[in-house]
Design a protein around this ligand. Structure first.
Ligand code: GKR
Ligand code: MG
Length: 424
């Protein structure tokens, strides 16, 4: 690619894919999850890909960004960042969740920068014949480990919009263990995370105990998404003490987590209270969280995630990765950056097993022994399956969902549900 090559066109395609009736502190997943697929095209006909949030406010943010990217060289990442920081304006109508920082409007510029950075790095890699991980300094591992991400769930969605999934109900400890067995049999994961904050803590602790008995020696994590008070979190910590590898966001706020940290020897992890560098600084002062769950989609991209990793190393904090419902382009982007982080100390989260559709050519990304091989082809190493993209775009047009709203969805089952936290 010559240095005169410019970005000539940006295509943004919102898609919707089937998602399970997965329960969390905010409510329940809707039958369709939204993502946006970005295609950044150059004047010499190459296409760089990225995947990000697909809610209406995010689509509006990407539209704001588009004219500031067209005309740039795919190598002009710093200029792109400066332009988008200056250009992105607040967009009304966002439904924000503390448990999903990707929904925070304050992160709009970081989210847009991340999406365009990934697509531009894909273009750079194609141009120089190197995988994206090489542009991040090179791989320190050839595969990236992910964990089995378990959810309490209903057997089917309200109103049965399509046939129920193959996972069945996941509520009792026996059902949760069965869910883990199935996921591990299919993907080979070697650690387990349970999304909590749904039922009484004693039930969730019983599920962790059942998992620990069924999978002896397997690292376990529990994430109640700040739905437990500090007092509840402290009491639960006593029971979880020798069961968990880390205790993720049990109670709200950095001060709450700091208070809890003084009462437990369990390392605390978060994707809720450290989501910006300013929060990182405050966390270091308060000695609250010991494991940062990064997420390039809202931390500002792959290079920003790499910088976050350096900060974690400096302050002796552990690092792993957070996830939301996503497709294969996000999974490979996560895999490239995770491969470039020496101090990635835990297996990463991924929702990928909960999806059975994808828009990457060749079908779904393969896992072996719970890990994804770091792509070695130039760029991200994936291409679009245009037929699948068109199908998922049609699903987007038909599904009627334009903003993720787990609380509204839960109210279909229980009209009195408020979603207020902490409930326990
Ligand atoms: O998808 O229900 C979900 C998760 O609860 C997600 O929204 C969270 O952001 O996975 C996330 C987490 O680790 O907190
Ligand atoms: Mg979490």
């Amino acid at each position: 690619m010559s240095r005169d090559i410019r970005i000539s066109h940006v295509r943004i395609t919102p898609v919707a894919f089937r998602d399970g009736p997965l329960l969390n502190a905010a409510g329940i997943h809707e039958p369709w999850a939204l993502r946006a697929i970005l295609e950044v095209e150059t004047s010499d006909g190459r296409i760089g890909l990225a995947e990000t949030y697909g809610d209406a406010p995010m689509l509006a943010v990407l539209e704001q960004a588009r004219p500031h990217v067209v005309g740039l060289s795919p190598f002009a990442l710093n200029l792109m960042e400066e332009r988008l920081k200056a250009a992105i304006r607040p967009v009304p109508g966002a439904v924000e969740y503390t448990l999903a920082p990707g929904s925070h409007a304050a992160k709009n510029a970081a989210k847009a920068i991340s999406a365009f950075e990934v697509a531009m790095l894909d273009l750079q890699g194609q141009a120089v014949g190197a995988p994206v991980v090489d542009l991040l300094g090179g791989a320190v591992r050839s595969e990236v480990a992910y964990s089995a991400y378990l959810f309490f769930k209903y057997a089917e969605h309200h109103g049965r919009p399509y046939e129920p999934d193959a996972w069945g109900e996941g509520i009792s400890p026996q059902q949760v263990v069965a869910q883990a067995r199935r996921m591990i049999a299919l993907y080979g994961f070697q650690s387990i995370k349970l999304k909590g904050g749904v039922f009484e803590p004693r039930h969730e602790i019983a599920c962790i105990r059942a998992l620990s008995e069924a999978f002896r020696g397997m690292p376990l994590r529990l994430d109640p998404n700040a739905n437990w008070s500090v007092a509840t979190s402290k009491r639960a910590a006593e029971e979880l003490d020798d069961l968990l590898e880390y205790y993720e966001d049990p109670c709200p706020g950095l001060d709450g987590m700091a208070e809890l940290a003084r009462h437990t020897r369990l390392p605390l992890a978060t994707n809720m209270v450290v989501t910006t560098m300013e929060e990182f600084r405050r966390n270091v002062e308060k000695k609250a969280v010991k494991v940062i769950l990064s997420d390039h989609h809202y931390w500002g991209g792959l290079r920003a995630t790499r910088q976050l990793a350096r900060m974690c190393a400096l302050w002796e904090l552990g690092m792993s990765m957070h996830s939301n419902s996503h497709l294969g382009i996000s999974l490979v982007a996560m895999t490239h950056v995770a491969a470039a982080i020496p101090n990635l100390s835990y297996a990463c989260d991924t929702h990928y097993p909960w999806q059975d559709e994808d828009i990457v050519r060749g079908g779904r990304i393969a896992f072996k022994d719970g890990a994804v091989a770091v792509p070695t082809r130039p760029g991200l190493g994936v291409e679009l399956d245009r037929q699948a993209l068109a199908k998922l775009h049609d699903q987007y047009l038909a599904c009627g969902i334009r903003n993720r709203d787990d609380r509204r969805q839960m109210q279909k089952y229980d009209p009195s549900f408020t979603g207020a936290t902490p409930r326990y």
